[in-house]
Design a protein around this ligand. Structure first.
Ligand SMILES: Cc1cc2nc3c(=O)[nH]c(=O)nc-3n(C[C@H](O)[C@H](O)[C@H](O)COP(=O)(O)OP(=O)(O)OC[C@H]3O[C@@H](n4cnc5c(N)ncnc54)[C@H](O)[C@@H]3O)c2cc1C
Length: 475
């Protein structure tokens, strides 16, 4: 992650021209170095705050290239990172002065509509996966934005718009092909290398480079009933407490969240509503349109809305909204925590900190996590937070250089939630101080020791560090 001061030139000098040439010749894809015109483009990530300079970027064309790159990193003792889509907020995809395994070009999707499965390479964006599966009225659970890649998103959990009906992304995984630290290709599933599969599902960045995923698909769309209504901030208390009661009884087809902040400034929103202090409800009904309209109707009638975008919407367009709200290149610091109960005090904190946000781009969100998410056994994956009923997230989003104000607001908001009982953190939204052991303990909770044991088996030298990293047990 950002922070090392070693210049990539020093690494390149240590490696020497001969070793670099041999690596380049051993790859089917291109090897990008700081001298190449494509270098700056290849090292760019979604979060504009991140600006690391790797020594080498291996644009892998397939699993064989990944094996070659892993072997090279181990042999030459060079730090390694994995970039599928480059959308993790920490910029962990790009390692300063190290070797990046870039999987963007491994982006094929093969759908089997009869079996309702898809084989997906890690560089595939969520929107690309939905594009292929929606052709057959099918979908896999992914995160809620089109431009995040499957590599990072599926391995951290995948908490999205289908979660209450079909679970997390990891719950829909049948198998994962992974290149381990020994540069071996291993297939992991519930029947084969079960322990590795367990660890990959939630703590994936620690164990190797995933080169293919097999997903179960579910009948969804191509149009879904979308919920997207924003009320004036003065109605926040009523909206949030009604939402809490409503969701405890709502059918599992409805996955939704509350966003305390402002109406987003997006082209489909009337200019007079944009940027107003607001509380918003966003969601997806993954079932029949008629039922969906009836189910979400009460949530559209809680007060006089500033804007109501609810209605039939392509499943893909719903995810496009997630990308449009958080465009690449802006600055971001997102934090997360989990709670079993959304107490009145926590509701007040959500509203107060949303109102106190340093700009209209920021928000505080509440994601109900029940339904199918909780029907899966807690110990069946490395994701430890299924028993929590809610994830709370803080989204500090800004342009310009006044980063301290925003990072501090995110930290204070997160601290306020923790004082009121929130705990843990989500691997997808760990905050910018990810990378230390304390944060990894927060992300993996009670599974930390089991992950450390597994790590000592599959990655005893801790080659894969650029993630919420768990060092090998005993090491
Ligand atoms: C706009 C936006 C919306 C989001 N919404 C959601 C959401 O609704 N739900 C949710 O759960 N998450 C969400 N996320 C979080 C997102 O899932 C993570 O940021 C995820 O890491 C993005 O995947 P990526 O492949 O682009 O990551 P990258 O930045 O490429 O990779 C991040 C890390 O993941 C690991 N990794 C990536 N690929 C592989 C691989 N092939 N093998 C092994 N390890 C790998 C590595 O440790 C790497 O450092 C969102 C993120 C953004 C930017």
């Amino acid at each position: 992650m950002t922070g090392s001061s070693i210049h990539p030139g020093a690494t390149l000098e240590r490696l020497g021209q001969e070793a670099i040439r041999t690596l380049a010749e051993g790859l089917r894809g291109a090897l990008v170095t700081p001298d190449d015109d494509s270098y700056d483009d290849a090292r760019r990530v979604w979060n504009g705050l991140m600006n690391d300079y790797p020594a080498l970027i291996a644009r892998c064309a397939g699993a064989a290239d990944v094996m070659t790159a892993v072997e090279f990193a181990r042999e030459h003792d060079i730090r390694l990172s994995i970039k599928s889509g480059g959308h993790h907020e920490t910029g962990s995809a790009i390692v300063q002065s190290g070797l990046v395994i870039d999987l963007a070009e491994m982006n094929s999707v093969q759908v089997d509509p009869t079996e309702q499965t898809a084989r997906v390479e890690p560089g595939v964006r969520a929107g690309e996966l939905h594009h292929e599966t929606q052709q057959f009225g099918l979908a896999a659970p992914t995160g809620s934005a089109n431009d995040i890649a499957i590599g990072g998103s599926a391995l951290s959990g995948g908490i999205g718009w289908l979660r209450r009906k079909h679970g997390l992304g990891i719950d829909a995984l049948r198998s994962i092909d992974v290149i381990t630290a020994d540069a071996d290709l291993v297939r992991a599933s519930r029947e084969r290398n079960e322990d590795l599969f367990w660890g990959l599902c939630g703590a994936g960045g620690n164990f190797g480079v995933a080169t293919a995923f097999e997903f179960d698909l579910f009948p969804v769309g191509p149009e879904v009933m979308a919920l997207g209504v924003f009320y004036p901030a003065e109605d926040s208390r009523k909206v949030l407490s009604t939402f809490r009661e409503f969701m405890s009884e709502a059918p599992e087809e409805l996955s939704a969240l509350v966003l305390s902040g402002h109406v987003p400034s997006l082209p489909m929103i009337p200019p007079e509503a944009q940027g107003q202090d607001a509380i918003g409800l966003m969601g997806c009904y993954a079932g029949s349109m008629d039922e969906g309209e009836k189910v979400v109707a009460p949530l559209r009638d809680l007060a006089e809305p500033l804007v109501d975008l609810s209605g039939p919407m392509p499943f893909l367009a719903l995810h496009e909204l997630g990308s449009a709200m958080f465009p690449e290149g802006r600055n971001y610091c997102w934090r997360s925590a989990f709670v079993e109960e959304l107490t009145d005090d926590l509701q007040e904190a959500v509203i107060a900190h949303g109102e106190r946000a340093p700009s209209e781009l920021c928000s505080v969100s509440v994601w109900p996590l029940d339904g199918r998410v909780q029907e899966v056994d807690t110990d069946s994956t490395a994701f430890p937070w299924r028993d929590s009923n809610y994830m709370l997230t803080v989204e500090a989003n800004w342009e310009g250089t006044d980063s301290t104000t925003y990072i501090e607001w995110a930290r204070e908001t997160d601290a306020a939630f923790r004082e009121l009982g929130a705990t843990g953190a989500y691997a997808g939204f760990p905050g910018l101080d990810d990378g230390d052991e304390e944060m990894a303990r927060m992300v993996y909770g009670e599974n930390y020791e089991r992950i450390a044991d597994l790590k000592s088996e599959y990655d005893p030298t801790n080659l894969f560090t650029e993630t919420s990293n768990v060092p090998p047990a005993g090491g």
